[in-house]
Design a protein around this ligand. Structure first.
Ligand SMILES: [Zn+2]
Length: 346
């Protein structure tokens, strides 16, 4: 049940909606997935708000959207950095890209959280409004920066009194991990809270290993599993007309490390890592043709996403060779494919 049109993009200041989107989409640009500061964060319409009525009807049909689809509803809104939202940004991609469908799907899944945040805003007095002014403050001005330095620590102190970890923040970094098996490096966005940063420091200072080298094996296992699952997806879909799939190739693939923790058990320290992944892959397929007297070659594009958790344990009594990688487990696996295309028919 839709909660009416109370939460939608409108004329004038959309700061509350912008903050809700920014938080629910985890402080990142939905398109390039880079962290974006609130001051630089814009609201983007996934299907542009200036499409003509004819274009919109075509897109609704193309994407299977309901007739009542509202361009200004949070199911079509996402936070974006200025360059993705500007000329030459995501607009240079065609609507056929499966990634559009995936973005609309994500916005739909996050809609209720965005609506809840906007509706809860300021419910208990003026505090929310004042805090929003703080978040929106232009800190390039020296006097504003000084006021922020004078008063913000008191806010952080109150947060720490509400509960442990409440005054925590996330830092963002980027890592490249060598994954020889897939012929390249895999980029990882590292987004850690205080516990995660402490664990990373422990790895580097006590165990003398870099986070990138600890993550290499779990990442290889993750990428292998993703490819296996994509192949299984097609084989399962076509049980009646068996299909054989080649090895999937990724167009792009993003991994975000969101948590890092450790615990000590006797002579072993176990490190656990968790996060999310998302990517677009293509795969060549072969199946018997409909008349049953030959083979046809097909190609399919898929968009996948999910969460992962992995563990690495370290034996304190041994040297560095004591690092042992456990299973990498995938959770909440999703795969969307846009059907099959005969190879060469584009
Ligand atoms: Zn961007």
């Amino acid at each position: 049940m839709r909660s009416g049109n109370s939460v939608r993009y409108g004329e004038g200041d959309n700061a509350v909606l912008r903050m809700a989107l920014w938080q629910v989409w985890k402080l990142k640009c939905y398109w390039c997935r880079e962290p974006v500061k609130f001051a630089d964060c814009q609201i983007d319409h996934i299907i542009p708000k200036d499409v003509t009525d004819d274009e919109l009807s075509n897109l609704k049909r193309h994407f299977g959207l309901p007739g009542s689809f509202d361009l200004h509803d949070p199911h079509n809104l996402a936070p974006s950095c200025a360059s993705c939202n500007g000329p030459g940004g995501k607009g240079s991609t065609t609507y056929d890209a499966p990634v559009y469908l995936s973005q609309l799907d994500k916005a739909a899944r996050r809609r209720s959280a965005v609506v809840a945040r906007v509706q809860a805003f300021g419910r208990s007095g003026k505090v929310a409004e004042h805090l929003l002014q703080v978040v929106k403050a232009d800190l390039s001005r020296a006097d504003a920066r000084q006021e922020f330095l004078d008063h913000a620590p008191a806010v952080v102190q109150i947060l720490s009194m509400i509960g442990d970890g409440r005054a925590d923040y996330r830092s963002f970094n980027r890592l490249e991990v060598e994954v020889d098996e897939f012929g390249s490096e895999q980029g990882i966005i590292v987004s850690l809270d205080e516990r995660g940063r402490t664990t990373a420091a422990l790895l580097e200072e006590v165990c003398a290993v870099e986070l990138g080298s600890v993550l290499r094996e779990p990442v290889v296992r993750l990428l292998r599993q993703v490819r296996t699952r994509v192949v299984e997806h097609f084989e399962y879909l076509h049980l009646d007309n068996p299909i054989s799939a080649g090895s999937p190739v990724s167009d792009w693939f993003v991994i975000e490390l969101e948590s890092l923790d450790f615990h000590r058990d006797g002579q072993r320290i176990e490190f656990t890592a968790g996060g999310v992944f998302e990517g677009s892959l293509w795969v060549s397929l072969t199946r018997g043709d409909s008349r049953g007297d030959g083979l046809e070659d097909l190609q399919a594009d898929v968009v996948v996403d999910g969460a992962f958790s992995a563990s690495v344990s370290w034996d304190l009594t041994s040297a560095l060779s004591g690092l042992e990688t456990g299973d990498c487990v995938i959770d909440g696996w999703r795969v969307d494919d846009l059907g099959l295309v005969l190879a060469g028919w584009g």
